[in-house]
Design a protein around this ligand. Structure first.
Ligand code: NAD
Length: 425
C-alpha cells in the first residue's frame, strides 16, 4: 500500500477559540455578570511594531513584533516572548489571556501578557537575533517595566535573549533594571530552581491528584510525552518519588519499558546525544509514538505540544489521570469525552504554573536585591502549587465541574472580584 496522507486533526484548535470555549463555560458556571465578562474577554492593550534589522550581509529586513497585555487587574502583566515563524496577533492574544488565568490560579500578583516576533531564529546568526531583540526592546520601552509588564522566555527564546532584553532596557533607563524580565542567566539575577520549576510543579500536581484518586505513587505507572525541559524533570522527580515511568518520548520516537525507565540514564543519554533520545537502549522503541498516549498506565503527562489528545484518540486513552505539562495538549472537543470517561485532568493553567511561580520569585529576589537558596525556592513553589491544586479541587466539588473548568472558575473569580474592588471608569 502506498503512502496515505494522514487526515488533518479535525479539532485542531485556534488557540483563542479553544481558550474562549473553556472561559465561556466557566463564566456561566460562575454566573459572571455581562459587564465583567466583557472586560475580561478582551485584551487591555495590543502593540504591534515593525522592526528594521541589519542582517549580517548588510541588507535590512523588517520583522513584525507584538506585545499583548490581556489584563493588569491583579498587578503588572507577565508573559513570555516567542520567536517563531507562525507568530500572529490572534495567537499572542490567546496566550496572553492564558497567562492571566494561570497567574490567578496560583495566586501570584500578576496580570497576563504575551509577546512574539515573526522570525525563524534557527536561520539567524546570534548577532542578528541580538539586534532583533534589542530593536524589539527599544520599541517596547514604554510597555515593559518591572511595575508594568515583565517579559520572559517562550518558544525560540531563552536566557540569552532575556539578558539582551534586560541590558537594552537598562541602557534606556540609565540604570540596571534586572526585574524587568525573568528567565535570565543566574549571574544576571536569575533564580535557582527556575530550570526545573515547571516539571517540579507537574510532579506536585500529579502527586496531589493521585492522592485524591487513591493511586499509590509506589504502584503508579506513568507515560510522559516530550522529554525536554518540562517532561524530563517531571519524569525524574516523579521517579524519585517512587513512580514507575513506563514510557517517555520526544521528537525521535517513544520508548517503553514496563518495568520502569531509568530517567537519570535517559537524561544523561539525551544530554550527550544532541538533545534527543534517538537510539536510547534503556527501553523498547514503540512502533507508533502516538500509542504512548493510549498506553494502559495510571497517569499520562503530555509535555510536548498542543492538541495531542483530540477527538480521534481520546476514546482510547486509558489513563485515570492526565497532568498537562504542555500548554493546550487537550483539544476542547476531547474535554467532553474525557469527562464522560471520568478521567481526572490537572489542567495546564494549574499543572504547568510552577514555571511562572518561580519567575515571580526571580522578580521578588531582584527587587529585594537578595538571592534565595534552591531549598527555599522549591519549598515555596511546592506550597503554592499544592495550595492551588487544593483550591481548584474544592471548586470542582463546589460547582460540580471538571478540574479544567474549576481552574478557570478560580482564576476568573479572583480577577473579577479584584476588578470590582478596583473599579473601572
Ligand atoms: P522543550 O523544547 O524543552 O521540549 C519539548 C520536547 O517535546 C522535546 O523533547 C521534543 O523533542 C518533544 N516533542 C516535540 N514534538 C513532539 C511530538 N510531536 N511528540 C513527542 N515529543 C515531541 O520544551 P518545554 O519547555 O519542555 O515545553 C514543553 C511544553 O510545556 C510546551 O507546550 C510549553 O509551552 C509548555 N510549558 C513550558 C514551560 C517551561 O517552563 N519550559 C512552562 C509552561 C508550559
Amino acid at each position: 500500500m502506498g503512502y496515505i496522507e494522514p487526515a488533518p486533526i479535525k479539532d485542531k484548535a485556534n488557540p483563542f477559540e479553544s481558550m474562549m470555549s473553556r472561559f465561556n463555560i466557566a463564566t456561566e458556571a460562575l454566573g459572571l455578570d455581562e459587564e465583567v465578562y466583557n472586560v475580561l474577554k478582551s485584551p487591555s492593550k495590543q502593540v504591534s511594531v515593525s522592526l528594521p534589522v541589519t542582517m549580517d550581509d548588510g541588507s535590512i529586513k523588517v520583522f513584525e513584533g507584538h506585545r499583548v497585555i490581556h489584563s493588569n487587574i491583579l498587578g503588572p502583566s507577565k508573559g513570555g516572548v516567542r520567536y517563531a515563524m507562525d507568530v500572529n496577533i490572534d495567537e499572542v492574544k490567546a496566550l496572553a489571556a492564558w497567562m492571566t488565568w494561570k497567574c490567578a490560579v496560583v495566586d501570584i500578583p500578576y496580570g497576563g501578557a504575551k509577546g512574539g516576533i515573526r522570525c525563524n531564529p534557527r536561520e539567524m546568526s546570534a548577532g542578528e537575533i541580538e539586534r532583533l531583540t534589542r530593536a524589539y526592546t527599544q520599541s517596547m520601552t514604554g510597555v515593559f517595566g518591572p511595575d508594568r509588564d515583565i517579559p520572559a522566555p517562550d518558544m525560540g527564546t531563552g536566557p540569552r535573549e532575556m539578558a539582551w532584553l534586560m541590558d537594552e532596557y537598562s541602557r534606556s533607563m540609565g540604570t540596571t533594571v534586572n526585574a524587568v524580565v525573568t528567565g535570565k542567566p543566574l549571574v544576571l539575577g536569575g533564580s535557582l530552581g527556575r530550570v526545573e520549576a515547571t516539571g517540579r510543579g507537574v510532579m506536585v500536581s500529579a502527586l496531589a491528584a493521585m492522592e485524591k484518586l487513591k493511586i499509590n505513587p509506589y504502584h503508579a505507572s506513568i507515560a510522559v510525552q516530550g522529554f525536554g525541559n518540562v517532561g524530563s524533570y517531571a519524569a525524574l522527580l516523579m521517579a524519585e518519588r517512587g513512580c514507575t515511568i513506563a514510557a517517555i518520548s520526544d521528537i525521535s520516537g517513544a520508548y517503553y519499558n514496563e518495568n520502569g525507565i531509568d530517567i537519570n540514564k535517559a537524561i544523561g543519554y539525551r544530554n550527550n546525544n544532541n538533545g534527543t533520545l534517538e537510539g536510547f537502549d534503556g527501553a523498547e522503541l514503540m512502533s507508533d509514538p502516538a500509542d504512548l498516549l493510549i498506553l494502559d498506565v495510571d497517569v499520562l503527562v503530555p509535555a510536548a505540544v498542543e492538541d495531542v489528545i483530540h477527538s480521534g484518540n481520546v476514546d482510547d486513552v486509558k489513563a485515570k489521570l492526565i497532568v498537562e505539562g504542555a500548554n493546550g495538549p487537550t483539544s476542547a472537543e476531547a474535554d467532553a469525552i474525557i469527562n464522560e470517561k471520568g478521567i481526572m485532568v490537572a489542567p495546564d493553567i494549574l499543572a504547568n504554573a510552577g514555571g511562572v511561580t518561580v519567575s515571580y520569585f526571580e522578580w521578588v529576589q531582584n527587587r529585594l536585591g537578595y538571592k534565595w537558596t534552591r531549598e527555599r525556592v522549591n519549598r515555596r513553589s511546592d506550597r503554592i502549587m499544592k495550595d492551588a491544586f487544593d483550591k481548584v479541587y474544592k471548586a470542582s466539588q463546589k460547582y460540580n465541574v471538571p478540574m479544567r473548568i474549576a481552574a478557570y472558575i478560580v482564576a476568573i473569580d479572583k480577577v473579577s472580584e479584584t476588578y470590582k474592588y478596583r473599579g473601572g471608569f
